[in-house]
Each structure stands twice: as structure tokens, then as C-alpha cells.
Design a protein around this ligand. Structure first.
Ligand code: C2E
Ligand code: SIN
Ligand code: SIN
Ligand code: FE
Length: 391
């Protein structure tokens, strides 16, 4: 192919690439598109995006195309990619096996034979290397200076996507933590182990949503919005909320208003999660047969998110000790919920509780362990922060 045709081909590929990128918003998707295109445009066999893990002092493959291995990890400073990350300079070599920086260890493990390598750093706004963009084995000959120039441009793009995504992730975490802490404040007076109840019912809600066939994103939204379902209890006087015995009819009438208070606090929120939380707050005590409160909604008229949270909340309330009642066994609680299906609960949701019972119990165990650890002061990090970090 002549030089001019070659350039035209690249132009065409780049403009197609621009369109693809514009249509994708997830980081993994974006990086995969970039890696695929780079591999294509440079006629390389493999293309990987490595990210620096500053805590472990390692590089790991965020995205890898043309390779079938899962995530690779290499220590900083080792191999070509490690060299590029450490020094910030690009490397373009024709024969890796003759380069002292190259380690054959990975090839030995993967059974791949590396020949030519072109690797450039991914730099953050502050100029530090946040990762490495690497292509392996050009179809014919070695990678050219033009190849390197192109890879540098795309590396700049990839680095800015990575940085934006991590800014967004920080924002998302602080948003989630704020929501969770708002819920804690609301129930602080109610029970001693409020945090545990909220985390458990939130996990159960997410599990039930998935089991109902909702998407991962929908289930995550329900998981994070659900702890606010009782936020309206802040407006209920202590004399009612903390009463050790049974409530009188009037007291119970006042208690029921926590659904309305909650939705008033959350209505007109801009955040998608807070709006969802409002929808859950108003309807989480509605019953499937229309006997619930505050509006006696029936069946499908009750938002599905609220039907899910209702099962999760009552299940957890039953197995917990309250000022007004003792704790039930998990088997009795499940039996109760199954027994009330079609009356209090949506049968589809209670069915999912039965089907995913092992997962529910595992989540419960995990949160109980976490609660005990925190009680024992084994961790100074707040739960919400640790939950976010575990993901
Ligand atoms: P909660 O303690 O979080 O309970 C949530 C829901 O779990 C209750 O909604 C109810 O559907 C179910 N639940 C809890 N404990 C039991 C139980 O021992 N037996 C049965 N069958 N179901 C149970 P509900 O009844 O609308 O109550 C809403 C909130 O009102 C409760 O939240 C609690 O804060 C308060 N509450 C309800 N009954 C009493 C009571 O007798 N004394 C006091 N102090 N508070 C009460
Ligand atoms: C999220 O998407 O998890 C948080 C941001 C939002 O509330 O929309
Ligand atoms: C959860 O992680 O499921 C509940 C909220 C939190 O602790 O962040
Ligand atoms: Fe409630």
C-alpha cells in the first residue's frame, strides 16, 4: 500500500473511531474500543491498557485485546510496561528477546511469543504515569515513528477518560455515603444496631431485585436507595418511636405517617437515587392486597421497588430484636413471609426470597460479622466507606 493510501486508510479508521467513542460512556467500553482500534490501525497482534496500582506497586491489565488471558499483573519497574510506567518514556523495539528490559516470564506463562513492542505512558493531568498503553507484534516489521505518534495521541485520550472516570467514581462514592449517613441519622434513635439493619435490608433488596431479573444497575440503585425507606422516622416523637410496648391506635396512626414524612423530605430531589428513595419511602408499607398504608395501593399499583423493599424490610425486622419485640429465627421469618404472600407481599418477590435464601443468609452473615468487627473497634473506617472500597 502506498503512503498516501495508508494515510487515507488511517483517516477513515480514525473518524469511525471518533463515532464509536462518542457513543460509549462506560470506561471499560471506551478503553476496549480504543484498544481494538489501535490494534487494527497499527496492524498489531495485541493491545493492552495497563493501569498503575499505587498501593500494590503493580501494573495490571485493565483491558487487553487479541489476548485470551485474564488480568495480568506485573511489578512496577519490571518488563517493558513496568519500565515505561516507572520512567515515563516510550519504548519502541523490534525484537523484545534482545532487549534486556524485557522479561520472558510472562511469555513463558502465557505461551505467547513477543517480537515487536511499542509502549507509551498514559499520563494524568499532573504529568505522572497512571498506566501504559502497549501494542505487541506488528504484522510486518517494526512499529514506525508514525505508529508511535498515533499511539501517543490515543494514549492522551485514554488517560483523560481514565481520570474522568475516577473523578466520577469519587463523586459517586461520596454521594452514596451521604445517602447512607442520612439514613443512619434518621434511625439512630430507633435501634442500637441501626447500621446493621440498614445494610442488611439494603443487601437483601439488591439480591431480590437481581433475582427478579432486574439489571445490575437497577438492582444497585435499589440497594443504595433502600436504606432511606424509613427516613421519615426522624419526625416521629421518641415517646412513640422508642416505646417498649405495643402502640395505641392513635400512636400507630402517627407512626404510619413516617412514610409521608419520608416522601416529603425526598420529593423533588434531583438525584436519581434520592427520587427512587422517595418512591420507596412512600410505598414500602403498602400491602399487595390493598390493606397497607398510607394510600391502600394494590398489586402492580405499588412500585416494584417498594414491593421488594417491603419483603426485605419485614424479613429483617422479624429476625431482629426491637424495643417492642424479640428476634425471630430466619426460618420462621421466611415462613411468615411465604404465608402472607398475595396478602401483604407480592408473591413474585416472596418467591425470590425463597429462591435466593442462601444468598440472603450469606449477606446477613457477612453484615453481622462486619457489625461485630466494628463493635470491637477493629476498624476505624466507617462501614459505608469500606463497603464502597470493597467493590
Ligand atoms: P419496624 O420495627 O422496622 O418494622 C417494620 C415492619 O416489619 C412492620 O411494619 C411490620 O410489617 C413488620 N414487623 C415488625 N415486627 C413484627 C412482628 O413482631 N410481627 C409481625 N407480624 N410483623 C412485624 P409496621 O407494623 O407498619 O410498623 C412500622 C413501624 O412502626 C415499625 O418499624 C416500628 O418502628 C413501629 N412499630 C410498629 N409496631 C410497634 C409497636 O408495637 N411498638 C413500637 N414501639 N413500635 C412499633
Ligand atoms: C449513582 O449513579 O450511583 C449515583 C448518582 C445518582 O444518584 O444518579
Ligand atoms: C451497602 O453497602 O449495601 C449499604 C450501604 C453502605 O454501607 O455503603
Ligand atoms: Fe417503615
Amino acid at each position: 500500500m502506498g503512503r498516501r493510501q495508508e494515510l487515507e486508510k488511517r483517516q477513515t479508521l480514525l473518524s469511525r473511531f471518533g463515532r464509536l467513542v462518542a457513543a460509549e460512556s462506560r470506561l471499560d467500553g471506551l478503553l476496549t474500543i480504543i484498544a481494538e482500534e489501535v490494534r487494527h490501525i497499527l496492524a498489531a497482534d495485541r493491545c493492552s491498557v495497563f493501569l498503575v496500582d499505587p498501593y500494590k506497586g503493580e501494573l495490571w491489565t485493565k483491558v487487553s485485546v487479541g489476548a485470551n488471558e485474564k488480568v495480568l499483573r506485573i511489578p512496577m519497574g519490571q518488563g517493558i510496561a513496568g519500565f515505561v510506567a516507572k520512567t515515563g518514556s516510550a519504548v519502541n523495539i523490534r525484537d523484545a528477546y534482545r532487549d534486556t528490559r524485557f522479561t520472558q516470564d510472562l511469555d513463558r506463562v502465557t505461551g505467547y511469543q513477543t517480537r515487536s513492542v511499542l509502549a507509551v505512558p498514559l499520563r494524568g493531568r499532573d504529568g505522572k504515569a497512571v498506566g501504559v498503553f502497549e501494542v505487541l507484534n506488528k504484522g510486518k516489521g517494526a512499529f514506525t515513528d508514525e505508529d508511535e505518534g498515533l499511539l501517543r495521541i490515543l494514549a492522551t485520550m485514554a488517560a483523560s477518560f481514565i481520570e474522568n472516570a475516577s473523578l466520577y467514581e469519587d463523586l459517586r462514592r461520596s454521594h452514596l455515603e451521604t445517602i447512607y449517613r442520612m439514613a443512619l441519622v434518621a434511625e439512630f434513635r430507633d435501634q442500637k444496631d441501626t447500621g446493621r439493619h440498614l445494610r442488611r435490608m439494603s443487601r437483601f433488596s439488591g439480591i431480590l431485585a437481581r433475582s427478579l431479573g432486574m439489571s445490575y444497575q437497577e438492582a444497585e440503585d435499589i440497594r443504595y436507595a433502600s436504606p432511606l425507606h424509613d427516613v421519615g422516622k426522624v419526625a416521629i416523637p421518641d415517646s412513640i418511636l422508642r416505646k417498649p410496648g405495643k402502640l395505641t391506635a392513635e400512636e400507630y396512626e402517627e407512626m404510619k405517617r413516617h412514610t409521608i414524612y419520608g416522601s416529603q423530605m425526598l420529593s423533588n430531589a434531583e438525584s436519581r437515587l434520592l427520587r427512587l428513595a422517595g418512591k420507596i419511602a412512600i410505598a414500602h408499607h403498602e400491602h399487595f392486597d390493598g390493606s397497607g398504608y398510607p394510600y391502600h395501593l394494590k398489586g402492580e399499583a405499588i412500585p416494584i421497588e417498594a414491593r421488594i423493599v417491603s419483603v426485605a424490610d419485614v424479613f429483617d425486622a422479624l429476625v431482629s430484636k426491637r424495643v417492642y419485640k424479640g428476634a425471630w429465627t430466619v426460618e420462621d421469618a421466611l415462613k411468615y413471609i411465604r404465608n402472607e404472600e398475595g396478602k401483604l407481599f407480592d408473591p413474585r418477590v416472596s418467591d425470590c426470597l425463597g429462591k435466593s435464601f442462601d444468598e440472603v443468609l450469606a449477606a446477613m452473615e457477612e453484615e453481622n460479622r462486619r457489625f461485630l468487627e466494628e463493635e470491637a473497634g477493629m476498624s476505624s473506617l466507617p462501614g459505608a466507606v469500606r463497603a464502597a472500597e470493597r467493590r
